[in-house]
Design a binder for this molecule. Structure first.
Ligand code: BES
Ligand code: MN
Ligand code: ZN
Length: 517
């Protein structure tokens, strides 16, 4: 789908060639001299159109309006949330029709977040899953024009918000696509191929490790999960370089359980199909890289994906088994269904070699997080307040919300065991927190955040499917990080000054450049 941002007055929109024109009308609508303004005014005064977000009035073949379909859509206070609701409703209303391109036209002042919301809603509403349909329903909407009244002082802010949103929706599309695919069409090998394909021609590198390399690295916890499956594990390493190589990267780690049966601690049958989305963290990392390739922000990013299935089998790990993680810590696997933290802990240990400025893992980690926060906000756990706040801010800005959760040491009590350094589960209480406490043991001092997306990555009910969250949040965070680098400062020397510092920067640079294993 193509997106374009343009200065467009209502009279120009009425003369445009799009198949459908959606006029976004806020509570404080001020009528101009044009035909559409007059129509809006009359509809409001006549009581047939309310500007509340989500309310609409539709017409076909309206006089002096070129686009055959016309929708007046209320956007209430004009906030991002209201615009999102309005555009979602309008695009849904057009879905049965034949319009291939639409113009979404703000009838009053627009803000960056509002423009971004329009892009997100249009992309969301027109996504169609096709991968495993024999007669795929074609995605009709090919072009979306976002019209804003005039290029005012905020034009830069508008343009930036628009560009970020367009890059984000491309990434979200990738994340949704992979999370929706059934596990037999989204194996660890398929994910690795997808990563390779994404890296082709883009400005990032992709390296795929198989069982041999992973065994050499000593990833005993990751291998323990994978051993119950016929599908070989893959460890995917992506590297995007948007700024000086010496700048410490942000490392993203995505849980890539391509199917979670629970293993020997097997899950009940009801809704087990949904465990194909247990690689949504991985899908979001792939999505973010797709977005980075498009937007090219000035930041370095490493993406790590431990990918495997969690299956019951004669070779599978059993409750009570003790394995040795890459960090050297031994783990008693009391419940084989707590497999996410096992694959993640080794990836977190691996991440340290990049000396990250921030380490963020993204995982559909616990059912307990679904109970705690539902589908509205992702659970956010962090050992660093600045990082936590930056992620909350990014989430708010990108309309992809998260909420800080606690990490008090007392929550780790239940992970103690007589038979290993740590157990992989604690009791039922505070399940999402104890899972995060387990992960925290493997990051030590690195600024780290964990996003539990079990509730937000997937929707049940009629709209059953992947949401593509938290690609928008992560991309916004990375874009904001990119802005913190002052372009005027020579980047190599910017971390410290003096000859000694330069030498140490060089060493770090070399260690980062070197083969990661
Ligand atoms: N993948 C699940 C978590 C999950 C549950 C994601 C529901 C999405 C929806 C994870 O591997 C898991 O099974 N967690 C267990 C942990 C428990 C055994 C401590 C859970 O949440 O029940
Ligand atoms: Mn599980
Ligand atoms: Zn899982």
């Amino acid at each position: 789908m193509n997106f374009e941002l343009k200065t467009l007055r209502l009279n120009e929109a009425a003369a445009g060639k799009s198949g459908a024109l959606v006029v976004l009308v806020a509570d404080d609508f001020k009528a101009g001299e044009d035909a559409i303004s007059a129509l809006v005014r009359r509809a409001i005064d006549g009581g047939d159109f309310k500007t509340e977000a989500g309310r609409m009035l539709q017409a076909y073949g309206a006089v002096r309006v070129m686009p055959p379909r016309l929708i007046l859509a209320g956007i209430g206070d004009g906030s991002a949330a209201s615009v999102r609701k309005a555009v979602a409703a309008a695009v849904a209303a057009l879905k049965g029709g034949s319009a291939k391109d639409i113009a979404l036209c703000f009838s009053g002042p627009a803000t960056g977040p509002a423009v971004a919301a329009a892009v997100h809603a249009a992309a969301d509403a027109s996504y169609v899953y096709t991968a495993t349909k024999s007669k795929p329903e074609p995605s009709k909407l090919a072009r979306v024009l976002v019209g804003v009244p005039d290029a005012d002082a905020d034009a830069d802010e508008l343009r930036e918000a628009f560009a970020t949103a367009v890059a984000a929706v491309r990434g979200i599309q990738v994340a949704r696509e992979w999370a929706n695919r059934p596990a037999n069409h989204a194996t660890p090998m398929h994910l690795a191929e997808a990563a390779r394909e994404l890296a082709k021609g883009a400005r990032f590198a992709c390296e795929i490790l198989g069982p041999k390399e992973v065994s050499k690295l000593g990833m005993g916890a990751f291998m323990a999960v994978a051993r119950g499956s016929e599908q070989e594990l893959r460890f995917i390493v992506l590297r995007y370089t948007g700024t000086a190589k010496s700048t410490a990267p942000v490392v993203l780690v995505g849980k890539g359980i391509t199917f979670d049966t629970g293993g020997i601690s097997i899950k009940p049958a009801a809704e087990m199909d949904e465990m194909k989305y247990d690689m949504s963290g991985a899908a979001s990392v792939l999505g973010v890289f797709r977005s980075l390739a498009e937007l090219k922000p000035a930041v370095n990013v490493v993406g790590l994906i431990p990918a495997c299935e969690n299956m019951p089998d004669g070779r599978a790990i059993k409750p009570g088994d003790v394995v040795t993680s890459m960090s050297g810590q031994t783990i008693e696997i009391l419940n084989t269904d707590a497999e996410g933290r096992l694959v993640l802990c080794d990836a977190l240990t691996y991440a340290k070699r990049f000396e990250p400025s921030a380490l963020i893992d993204i995982a559909t980690l616990t059912g307990a997080c679904v109970i705690a926060l539902g589908g509205v906000r992702s659970g956010l756990f962090a050992n660093n307040d600045d990082l936590s706040q930056a992620l909350v801010r990014a989430g708010n800005k990108a309309q992809d919300l998260c909420w800080p959760m606690p990490l008090d040491e007392e929550y780790a009590e239940g992970l103690k065991t007589n038979f290993a350094d740590v157990a992989n589960v604690a009791g039922r209480a505070a399940g999402s927190v104890t899972a995060a406490k387990f992960l925290q043991r493997f990051v030590e001092k690195t600024p780290w955040a964990h996003l539990d997306i079990a509730g937000t990555a997937w929707k049940g009910g009629a709209a059953k499917g992947a949401t593509g969250r938290p690609v928008a949040l992560l991309l916004q965070y990375l874009v904001d990080q990119g802005k913190q680098v002052l372009p005027a400062t020579p980047l190599k020397a910017s971390r410290k000054s003096g000859a000694g510092a330069k030498a140490s920067a060089k060493v770090q640079q070399a260690s980062r450049r070197g083969k990661p294993h």
